[in-house]
Design a protein around this ligand. Structure first.
Ligand SMILES: Nc1ncnc2c1ncn2[C@@H]1O[C@H](COP(=O)(O)OP(=O)(O)OP(=O)(O)O)[C@@H](O)[C@H]1O
Ligand SMILES: [Mg+2]
Length: 248
């Protein structure tokens, strides 16, 4: 299993929407199953956005996986998002999420390493060194850092990129939209690879917050196409990483 962490640099740029979109399009784009993990220390929003129930969540999984995390325990504690994507949800309360996630994150990393045929898209929320998801960030196969291409986001982004590079976290940048500041300039300034642009389309993003009722209709939209493109680029990176790690 690969772990793809999706986190924000600052200012709620759309990390959760991108995580949901990648999760929903993963199988169609990459041909592998995905599980979405809501690991945002500020608390979860997906249950509310998608009309799901408060349980099961990370809390129940933490209890069930005290001794060992198995794929069955993971599956039992997921809910189906938009009727198709298994999602491990965070409780709405940030304090509870932080308390549960901090000790569970290492177990998730270890468990995911054993589950071969499914990938994890993990919404880690705001990327910080004191995040309860830090083990998932440190051990991910790729961190997708989401940012709005605005000049005022640049200085915090540069600092964050430096920290991540120092921690050896494989990180690539995604800009939500391409205005007003050019995404290539953002990437150059923070010395991260630009993975691509997540199209800025409020109407379609709205649908990503409540499921995609009519899948086929949405595929025509730029946002959906940008998701497929980003998914493919992530896939190439994961493949390159696996090839580099495998013995010749
Ligand atoms: N690609 C997009 N185009 C237009 N609007 C978007 C896009 N992605 C997200 N949004 C909008 O931005 C807002 C924040 O989205 P989202 O919750 O995904 O951000 P976030 O980075 O996860 O925020 P937080 O830091 O609160 O977790 C939402 O209102 C959403 O509809
Ligand atoms: Mg979010």
């Amino acid at each position: 299993m690969s772990i793809v962490a999706v986190g924000s640099a600052k200012a709620s740029p759309g990390a959760t929407c991108l995580s949901v979109g990648l999760g929903l399009s993963w199988e169609a784009t990459i041909g592998r199953r995905a599980v979405l993990v809501e690991a945002d220390g500020d608390g979860g929003v997906l249950a509310a956005r998608f009309g799901l129930t408060a349980t099961p969540s990370l809390v129940e999984l933490a209890g069930a996986a005290r001794h060992e995390l198995t794929i069955e325990k993971l599956q039992t504690n997921c809910q189906m998002l938009a009727g198709q994507l298994p999602a491990l949800l965070a409780p709405g309360c940030g304090e509870t999420t932080t308390a549960v996630l901090a000790p569970l994150a290492g177990q998730l990393v270890e468990g995911f390493g054993r589950f071969d045929d499914i990938d994890a898209v993990v919404d880690v929320g705001r990327v910080r060194t004191d995040s309860p998801a830090i083990e998932l960030i440190d051990h991910c196969d790729l961190l997708v850092l989401v940012v709005q291409p605005r000049f005022d986001q640049l200085v915090p982004l540069v600092h964050q990129a430096r920290t991540l590079t120092a921690r050896n976290v494989p990180t690539a940048l995604v800009c939500v939209g391409d205005q007003p500041y050019p995404p290539t300039e953002m990437a150059k300034a923070c010395q991260l690879d630009l993975l691509g642009v997540f199209a800025h389309e409020p109407r379609v993003a709205q649908a990503l917050q409540a499921g995609l009722p009519d899948h086929r209709r949405h595929r025509r939209f730029l946002l959906w196409r940008s998701l497929a493109e980003l998914g493919q680029r992530i896939h190439y990176r994961l493949q390159a990483r696996t090839e580099a790690a495998s013995p010749r």
